[in-house]
Design a protein around this ligand. Structure first.
Ligand code: FES
Ligand code: FES
Length: 152
C-alpha cells in the first residue's frame, strides 16, 4: 500500500503493509532512528512522536492511519543545527539519560510545554507520566523542563 505523509516538513511516500507500525516505517523505511522502541506495547513512551500536533506512541499506530498526516520526530526539533531550548536545558541540567528513553521524554516534554508553557512541578510529573525509565530517577529531567519553562 502506498501512503503519503509529511515527516519533519518533508513529504514522503512509502510502500508498506497497511498494518506496519509507524515506529517501524520511521526507523526502517525512512531511516529516522531517533525514535526508539522500548516496550512495543504503548507503556513506555520511548517511541513518542507528534501526529498532527499531538504526541502519540508510534508503536501503536498502523501506518495506514497517517495518510496525509504531519509527523514530527526528534530529528525535526533542531533547526539550522541549533537545538531547541528544551534540548539545551536537558543537556545542561543532566536530564539526558539513555538513548532509548531520552528522545521520547523530550517529545513528551515538548508536548507538555506546547500546551502549558508554565507547568507546575506536579504538572510536569503528570505530563511525563507516560514515559518510563527503567534504571534511574526523574529529578533532573523534571528540573530541566522546569528550568526551560521558567526561562521562556
Ligand atoms: S515502544 Fe511504544 S510505548 Fe514503549
Ligand atoms: S531507560 Fe533510559 S536511562 Fe533508563
Amino acid at each position: 500500500m502506498k501512503i503519503a505523509f509529511t515527516v519533519n516538513k518533508t513529504l514522503h511516500q512509502v510502500d508498506a503493509p497497511p498494518m506496519k507500525r509507524l515506529l517501524d516505517v520511521l526507523r526502517e523505511d525512512l531511516r529516522l532512528t531517533g525514535t526508539k522502541e522500548g516496550c512495543g506495547e504503548g507503556e513506555c513512551g520511548a517511541c513518542s512522536v507528534f501526529i498532527n500536533g499531538e504526541v502519540v506512541n508510534s508503536c501503536l499506530v498502523p501506518v495506514c492511519q497517517v495518510e496525509d498526516a504531519e509527523i514530527l520526530t526528534i530529528e525535526g526539533l533542531a533547526k539550522d543545527n541549533r537545538l531547541i531550548p528544551l534540548q539545551e536545558a536537558m543537556i545542561q541540567i543532566g536530564g539526558t539519560q539513555c538513548g532509548i528513553c531520552t528522545p521520547g521524554i523530550v517529545m513528551a516534554a515538548k508536548a507538555l510545554l506546547d500546551h502549558n508553557p508554565q507547568p507546575t512541578r506536579d504538572e510536569i510529573r503528570a505530563g511525563l507520566g507516560g514515559n518510563l525509565c527503567r534504571c534511574t530517577g526523574y529529578v533532573r529531567i523534571i528540573d530541566a523542563v522546569e528550568s526551560c519553562a521558567s526561562n521562556r
